[in-house]
Design a protein around this ligand. Structure first.
Ligand SMILES: Cc1ncc(COP(=O)(O)O)c(C=O)c1O
Length: 428
């Protein structure tokens, strides 16, 4: 499978290169030249999730990796369930938070870790591998758990200081070992910009094979496209819309890739919180990011979404109108709380991110239509706000209870590249 750099089409790489480099020259994102198209969709949907996913990835990669190896990687990466729950006559919730860190990020991070391990077995490059990633809350834990204890590999994770939930922080900042965490005095966009600067920095890249585990890395996005097939398979009826709670827009990109591969979904809803750069852009045609505002759905507090150029690229290449397929909806704080209470009355406990997707779907579906909203995090990750808003106790799952009382080991640093670099050179 070949990829090109969106900023320079002459830069062509294989899947192995795209996953190990993370990002192209001049910070350009890698984009697949072509994705397979599955004509017999029903046969594909009839397979179980792991078998279907292995088949899709093998078809994507062709002879770049043996089918048996891909099957083994997928089986180890996706060793937890995906559940579709019916909320009303026409609305379904796809729960993507049954992995080890209780958020949908487990799919991409675990797939990436498996694939990288396989690719590195055959690599002759002697430079040490270092992973550097920015998180708005959930990627950090998924990446930390996927790479914890891997020999000769160190991981640095940057997150916005005091802008993630306490329990999100506990899930990756208490591990130690090869996981180094930095609380940056800035927002997620600042963390992401620092990571990109590291990936272009000569001192760091001469010394290490630096890689990002953000959704900048195309492997994560390809892995996420696989659960969209599962949504439609479990739904067993026509899917008019999938509502995606969006921040950096990796998840929406993944859904659009699935559609490109033939998945029958009529439209996608890009559901954001108050940080609504994309819904405003879809409405006005002006790209005008505001300062990032802290909200209840902190993992979506992003005003300069990195994956948006990929979304534009999908439609430019297919000669299709983005507005025919993607609709932007922003949901404000009071509406989010209201949606959480409404879901509770329907017998469903949702975290704020998932509630935003629900609200956007409900407001968009016509009476005769059915759709799915993605539940991206377990409500217990946002225990405090969920309890305050819906007024019931949220028990801690064992994954969180095990770390809830551990001390946070992060270094708090200024939003300054040189400060970060000094710290990285000391610990990586
Ligand atoms: C719980 C949750 N929901 C939604 C999102 C947004 O996903 P994306 O950044 O792929 O748009 C994130 C991202 O961090 C998240 O952690």
């Amino acid at each position: 499978m070949q990829f090109y750099n969106i900023k320079d089409e002459n830069e062509q790489v294989t899947f192995s290169d795209a996953i190990t480099k993370g990002i192209g020259t001049a910070g350009g994102l890698y984009f697949p030249h072509s994705l397979p198209h599955f004509d017999d969709m029903q046969a594909l949907l009839n397979k179980d999730f792991v078998t279907r996913s292995a088949h899709i990835v093998s078809t994507m990669l062709g002879d770049e990796m043996p089918t048996g190896v891909i099957g083994r990687c997928i089986k180890s990466a996706f060793n937890f369930p995906i559940q579709l729950k019916q909320i009303s006559d026409t609305i379904f919730a796809l729960e993507l938070f049954h992995g080890p860190t209780l958020a949908f990020k487990d799919f991409g991070a675990r797939f990436m870790a498996q694939m990288l391990a396989e690719i590195n077995k055959n690599s002759t490059n002697q430079k040490p591998i270092r992973i550097i990633t920015a998180t708005s809350g959930d990627t950090g834990a998924a990446v930390a758990h996927s790479f914890y204890g891997v020999p000769n590999l160190e991981v640095a994770i940057l997150y916005p200081y005091q802008r993630i939930s306490d329990l999100q922080e506990k899930m990756f900042c208490t591990m130690g070992g090869n996981i180094h965490t930095f609380a940056v005095k800035g927002d997620f966009d600042a963390c992401q910009a620092l990571v990109k600067q590291c990936l272009q920095d000569k001192d760091l890249t001469n010394r290490y094979r630096l890689n990002s585990a953000n959704s900048i890395n195309i492997s994560r996005v390809l892995a996420q496209s696989l659960y969209y097939f599962e949504a439609v398979a479990q739904m067993g009826r026509e899917c008019h819309a999938i509502s995606v709670p969006s921040g950096n827009f990796g998840n929406l990109t993944a859904g659009l890739f699935a559609r490109q591969m033939g998945l029958p979904v009529q439209s996608f809803i890009a559901a954001t919180n108050t940080n609504d750069t994309v819904p405003r852009y879809l409405e006005s045609g002006n790209w005008a990011p505001n300062d990032t505002i802290a909200t209840l759905s902190n993992a979506m507090d992003v005003s300069q979404p990195n994956n948006w150029p990929r979304v534009e690229e999908i439609f430019a290449r297919n000669n299709e109108n983005l507005h025919d397929v993607v609709r932007g909806v922003s949901v404000f704080e009071a509406e989010t709380k209201h949606a959480m209470r409404e879901l509770k009355d329907l017998g469903y406990l949702a975290d704020p991110h998932s509630a935003i997707a629900y609200k956007a779907l409900k407001d968009t579906l016509k009476p005769s239509e059915s759709g799915v909203f993605l539940c991206t995090a377990h409500p217990a990750k946002f225990k405090q706000s969920v309890e305050d808003i819906v007024g019931i106790d949220v028990p801690l799952p064992s994954e969180i209870a095990a770390v809830a009382d551990k001390p946070v080991l992060s270094a708090v640093i200024e939003n300054d590249f040189e400060v970060l670099k000094t710290n990285l050179l000391a610990c990586l």
